[in-house]
Ligand binder design. Structure first.
Ligand SMILES: NC(=O)c1ccc[n+]([C@@H]2O[C@H](COP(=O)([O-])OP(=O)(O)OC[C@H]3O[C@@H](n4cnc5c(N)ncnc54)[C@H](OP(=O)(O)O)[C@@H]3O)[C@@H](O)[C@H]2O)c1
Length: 166
């Protein structure tokens, strides 16, 4: 069985989105091109978990064609969207309404021997950390400054959870 990995991009001053909530400056155009870490992550990921707001950062119908992780995707939400977004033979969406533990359990089953990668956002990260569902954190530090008025810092996601996990 693989690991449950939480991955996020973080600015030099510790923020995971700018003051408008955008991650555009953390993922500059072309940054998802040739990139050894991303290639390894894609090769070892068997399922992805994300929160509904992170899911909606992308155009839902575009995932099947252009998302880098062509694997089953589990989206946490309280309301299943209708109609369902486009899918393909490898990338299937499951909208999970009964909590993060259920989402991770379903994703582990779908991933088999591979890893489950949680791609955000902060809300899901907090839930997973507090429930100790994460085996490994992967933080990409991007050389930009987003502060000082951004709502969400990496330390606000993890402070209590980091210390609780020892
Ligand atoms: N820096 C990075 O690498 C990175 C990565 C991803 C996202 N982000 C940023 O993070 C922000 C989005 O993150 P976020 O924390 O606002 O939202 P999020 O974690 O992506 O999604 C939160 C949503 O998940 C659903 N949810 C949460 N807990 C649930 C539960 N127990 N059961 C069922 N559904 C549950 C709810 O959806 P419903 O409202 O539909 O019920 C909730 O509104 C954006 O600003 C984005 O740009 C940054």
């Amino acid at each position: 069985m693989g690991n449950v990995i939480f991955g996020m991009m973080v600015s030099l001053d510790g923020f995971v989105a700018d003051r408008t909530g955008s991650v555009r400056r953390l993922y500059p155009e072309g940054s998802l091109g040739a990139n050894t870490e991303l290639e390894e992550s894609i090769a070892t990921t068997g399922a992805v978990v994300m929160g509904r707001r992170t899911y909606q950062m992308g155009e839902p119908d575009s995932y099947a064609q252009s998302y880098e992780f062509q694997v089953p995707i589990f989206v946490l939400t309280h309301t299943v969207p209708k109609p369902q977004p486009k899918q393909n033979a490898r990338l299937r969406f499951t909208f999970v309404t009964d909590g993060v533990e259920s989402a991770i359990a379903q994703a582990k089953k779908a991933a088999g021997e591979k890893n489950v990668t949680i791609v955000g956002g902060p809300t899901i990260a907090r839930h997973c950390l507090s429930l100790r569902l994460i085996d490994e954190l992967q933080l990409g530090i991007v050389p930009v400054l987003l502060g000082p008025d951004c709502a969400c810092s990496i330390s606000s996601i993890g402070r209590s959870s980091w210390s609780a996990s020892g």
